[in-house]
Write a protein that binds this ligand. Structure first.
Ligand code: ASP
Length: 319
């Protein structure tokens, strides 16, 4: 029987441990642990990896601490444009949506694309119409707005930068400097039947131009799953993760290069992404149930649990 396991991330970025209250850190850790544990229970009761990653990402989207679903960042034009994707390692089926602003849970729309459409990626109003047709209740775009994200946009507009590059001071409320963090969320899992799945969802980058799409909805870049090798979900400088085909490269290094999960994931994050000056990380689970959570930023919100095991969560390099 497979060693069933789920891993999740809530984004990577510049860490400012000193600026964080113990209370806030506790809040992040509790949320991460609760979501890992929800995914772990699905796997423990015989649920599929696809169901476990869908539910974990839906819960991360519902949590305003993370830049996906509610709490998504603003574009330069003060709108929200959300992206999500999901891949089934058993069938290599993919479902994805990009540039949507009226779908409460983009990962559920991606799941509908995977299950109910011959296509793999829908964008904008077409994606929203498809989701509504499939029975997902639409929301107004301001559903996603939070005061914290609005302030983040104002700081970005003031400095005329996209916030990925911004060096603004850390906010008390957030252990990762909110001006330099990548808040994308994701999950990867191996179920008791030996099937792998991955899902990724994001609001993108604060102050991005309307219409910009990052790696998150692109299978092979921000998300990939193949039962023969690995399931991967990425977070970071989207353009670099697209240019390096980061998620697929992990799989290719394992399949064609005979590399271990640890070697392949380290090579992608610490060599390939780093060489193009990308920042961020990924979570990955291989077909044997090994887990890797590498990142080249100061921190990454992350957690994992094996069925029957303890829930582990971490934010910094050391814990
Ligand atoms: N990778 C995402 C993007 O470029 C950003 C993130 O990870 O937060 O849209």
């Amino acid at each position: 029987m497979a060693k069933a396991v789920i891993a999740i991330h809530g984004g990577a970025g510049a860490i400012t441990r000193a600026a964080m209250s113990a209370e806030k850190e506790q809040h992040f850790r509790q949320q991460l642990a609760a979501i890992v544990s929800a995914g772990q229970q699905i796997l423990a009761s015989g649920g599929s990896a696809l169901d476990a990653v869908t539910e974990a990402v839906r819960l991360l989207e519902e949590c305003p601490l993370f830049n996906a679903g509610r709490g998504a960042v603003f574009t330069h034009q003060s709108t929200h444009e959300l992206d999500a994707s999901l891949m089934d390692g058993r069938t290599l089926d993919i479902g994805a949506v990009a540039g949507v602003s009226r779908i409460r849970n983009p990962v559920l729309a991606a799941r509908k694309v995977l299950e109910a459409s011959p296509h793999v990626l829908f964008i904008g109003s077409g994606a929203e119409a498809f989701a509504a047709q499939q029975g997902l209740t639409p929301v107004e775009p301001d559903f996603f707005s939070t005061p914290e994200r609005w302030e983040q946009l104002q700081r970005a507009l003031g400095s005329e930068q996209m916030l990925l590059d911004h060096d603004g001071a850390a906010q008390e409320s957030d252990p990762l400097d909110p001006d330099r963090k990548f808040g994308t969320v994701g999950a990867v899992a191996l179920d008791l039947q030996g099937n792998l799945a991955a899902a990724t969802s994001t609001g993108g980058m604060t102050n991005k131009q309307a219409g910009r799409v990052g790696d998150s909805p692109l299978a092979g870049a921000g998300c990939y799953a193949n039962n023969a090798t690995v399931a991967v979900s990425c977070t970071g400088t989207g353009e670099v993760f697209i240019r390096t085909l980061a998620a697929y490269d992990v799989s290719a290094q394992m399949e064609y290069g005979g590399r271990s999960l640890q070697q392949a994931t380290a090579s992608v994050i610490h060599d390939k992404v780093q060489e193009l000056e990308g920042s961020g990380g990924l979570i990955a689970v291989d077909a044997h149930g090994n887990v890797a959570l590498p990142f080249n930023s100061e921190g990454m919100y992350r957690g994992f649990a094996y069925v029957g095991g303890e829930v582990e969560v971490a934010i910094y390099r050391d814990s």
